[in-house]
Design a protein around this ligand. Sequence first.
Ligand code: GLA
Length: 425
Amino acid sequence: MSKTVLLVVSLSLMSPASEALDNGLALKPTMGWLHWERFMCNTDCDTDPDNCISERLYMQMADVMVKEGWKEAGYEYVCIDDCWPSLQRDARGRLQADPKRFPGGIKKLADYVHSKGLKLGIYADVGEKTCAGYPGSLGYYETDAQTFADWDVDLLKFDGCNLKWTLLGEGYINMSKALNRTGKSILYSCEWPLYEWPFQKPNYTAIRETCNHWRNFDDVFDSWSSVKSILDWTASHQDTVVPSAGPGGWNDPDMLVIGNFGLSHDQQESQMALWAIMAAPLLMSNDLRDICPRSKQLLQNKRIIEISQDPLGRQGYRTAKGNSFEVWERPLSKNRLAVAVLNKQEIGGPRGFAISSVPGWKYCDPQCNVTLILPQYKEMGVQAKESKLILYVNPSGTALLTVTPISKHRPHWRKTSAKHDQIIL
Ligand code: GLA
């Protein structure tokens, strides 16, 4: 193997720098389904009744989520995105669902979703209009928060279109307070930093105090280039964003597009593995009524979900890169570590990676237990510091594993000093 320089980064690993929004929610990354990436703003129920934004779509998703093991796997929220309301507010200034597409109204839909043991999410916007041009909440924060509470909605995704950027903070904070004043626990999903980054570095202390999760970067598309761009953005901003994640508040790299059209199976495995490492909300945007068995199995993979939902609640990050590999690691509870090795080379076949070169291999001094989770589950048994184990990783695929130290002393991982190192493979 040629000599390759791996850049190794280690971050300050203290618990989150600030207090989370204290509404008792999102103690683990949110899991559920959100319509946007797959169904977008399809309002044409006459010609496309099965795929248009209507109460039927969410009822059917809720049905499938219960019947097909999604709920059991942990997916809980069924979330409406843009394009659900009427273009006009009602006589009392309240948002109303489009009467043709939601004849029962949102309260009935929430009751239905609750009857299945699931939760309902809704969407609104901090500005004058939503991104797709429906009524925004500016000037109506109290009214809209109360309306959502009256409807028994469990989550609000609050978008950031059509507002002067200098007013974003005030808007997001005011809506957070308005939700709180309803007395109902409503999970608050924000896009504040995404809309602020073009102008200034967002204040993640304030964001964590205000929101349960927050989008930082562009909308995910159904393509590998989109997933890669999200990973690249996250890695290049990890010093800023990773410390803000923890129980109650999470960075949101946007929806899982697994089960759609644009990702190969290896790329789907990469998205699932890296979203778990990033402690990201797992909000699928796909058609659960029609999904291939392999994608379903991947999305319901217990071992990956366990990493995502790990109670320590620390976000993982990129710890090494080089030779077209990236290593991402996430500290887990019980002193364990999750490691993802992503092969970014999109030519050729599977490439070998010496596992002992990952920064977290210090967990294996003198010995550790290794469990391979992707590309397939395999107990790799006891490994030692000088292990010669080579993992073969497909192009744009990821090997995911957990490492459990077998030793009395704790590894040095918990050191809080920031350190930049180089290791040679
Ligand atoms: C923005 C958001 C998306 C989606 C659309 C809806 O682009 O980032 O997630 O909600 O608006 O119009």
